[in-house]
Design a protein around this ligand. Sequence first.
Ligand code: KE4
Length: 411
Amino acid sequence: MKQNCSQKFFEEALNLFPGGVNSPVRAFGAVGGTPPFIAKAQGPKIWDVDGNEYIDYVGSWGPAILGHAHPKVVAAVQAAAANGFSFGAPTELESRLALMVREIFPSMEKLRFVSSGTEAAMSAVRLARGTTGRDKIIKFEGGYHGHADFLLVKAGSGGATFGIPSSAGVPKDFAKLTLTAAYNNLDSVKKIFDANKNEIACVIVEPVAGNVGCIPPQTGFLQGLQNLCKANGALLIFDEVMTGFRVALGGAQELYDIKPDITCLGKIIGGGLPVGAYGGRKELMDNMAPLGKIYQAGTLSGNPLAMTAGIETLKILSQKKVYEKLNEISARLTSGIQEMIKTKKIGAKIEGVGSMWTLFFDRLDDFKKFFHAALEKGIYLPPSQFETCFVSLAHTNIEVDNTLDVFESIL
Ligand code: KE4
């Protein structure tokens, strides 16, 4: 695989950005080698600056559920751009998108748009703390909710990838208010509640863990969390930044029929442009400024371009049979991989929910070899064992069969 241009650009980037990237997981730190610099993307494919073509299973880490550069979304954003990019004033577009989100996530009676999943999760926790008057929170080891100080405690994603789950630069006093439990282990949560009576503001959870690789919730886990929160006067926050509009149109709360107190959204909601959101019952959200005393703000929150991309994306996702089709093509891939692991007796297992999945190798080194062998043959996977792969609506049987052929040849 030619990489002259990517190497040249990477050398330049290394002098400009720490690790040559604007987000650590892109640096190939866990797998080594030069990250391909992407020139363009279309549907299920991406091309790097050396002209190498890949079938993409990163999908911008989730947002590209329609496939890249969907013509309807591109046209709508182009038209919106001609009217200006951002006004810092209310627009009707924000209400259009909010009405769609509320229709899809009825638990979000009121919401607020922000520009990233980090902002959504950070604001949701502040809302929980401000509403309950309590300071302590519970998160899960390996849970990743963006890079707000108090959430970078035993975090997944890049935290797990680079072995810095608890980041430097986070004051001990912040971190000590973040208590961590074990995912899928209700006992570990109950123990923390019992040891911190009436002091826990919220539990924040990825309802399907996606930042330690993909790990589904065990039966009863989410319901058990909700029961523990109710019994202890704490709020349940579903961080659906990854699962929202992914595992079902209405996310994990639709799939598992659990209504959290607060929901965080990101990624798909903006169709690839920067949008996050958090929301919940009206009486909860009305505690946010300017109505209430809990402050949160953002220059580019609800900007018209991002709103337009979100509206067009959700319009397409709301069509009939979209998730049936997405889950069907995903199942064709994941069951094909499952079959391969079994017949070839590979030291690996695949976990997934619908179109999000991870192939876990018994040995990290085997993952690294697999990653590069796949990349070499035009399959673009997340460069970390602790991340999740995503299938899009643009992936067809052709891409799935090509992918399975490549995996057959390298596993
Ligand atoms: P952003 O601030 O990156 O938009 O969202 C943070 C976030 C919050 N909650 C969940 C469940 C998330 O998965 C994320 C971000 N996910 C990572 C990938 N696992 C983003 C990729 C990156 O950090 O570059």
